[in-house]
Design a protein around this ligand. Sequence first.
Ligand code: HEC
Length: 166
Amino acid sequence: MSKFFTHKFMFILMLCFVGIFGLIYYFVSYVDETNTGVSLKPDEKDIVLLGKNVYLKNCASCHGKNLEGQLNWRQRDAEGYLPAPPHDKDGHTWHHPDEYLFSMTKYGIEKMIGEEYQNKMPAYETILSDEEIIATLSYIKSTWPPQIQRQHDRMNKRAIMNRKQE
Ligand code: HEC
């Protein structure tokens, strides 16, 4: 083999290494990202139990003791307010990823959408700790049928991927 080819070979070998390390770095940072941020824990009994208590004290008065929501929850009342939606499988809570549900509960709807919006959903920033909010939402998720929980898991993964592409 001539000297030229040896150099070329070394160069290609180096490129391969850079490529492989790049891929490893990509996957490691991807895994990191799924572990940070807010993630609901519907399979952890202690968290779900805490969440149930917080839910019954803070949310059930509007969203219902059995997460059934208020009557005619899709229709605005005479003053233009929407009633509280259910958090069970019939509502659209499970259509939203973990982080959205968390921010919505913590900061309220107006901060989430960044504009004025007449609504009765309180913001819990000064009332509940982050752990209590995550526990409450974990409790809510734990009541969904398994296939809806799995669907919600998949949606969370998609939301994280989309965030990476932004
Ligand atoms: C005073 C009544 C009231 C209480 C108490 C309340 N909510 Fe709400 N919540 C609402 C209303 C009303 C809406 C719908 C607002 C709208 O879209 O106009 C809502 C919407 C939501 C949504 C968005 C659902 C979706 O599908 O977009 C989440 C999540 C939520 N509430 C969580 C909670 C949690 C968790 C608690 C307890 C910590 C709680 N809420 C307590 C009235 C309430």
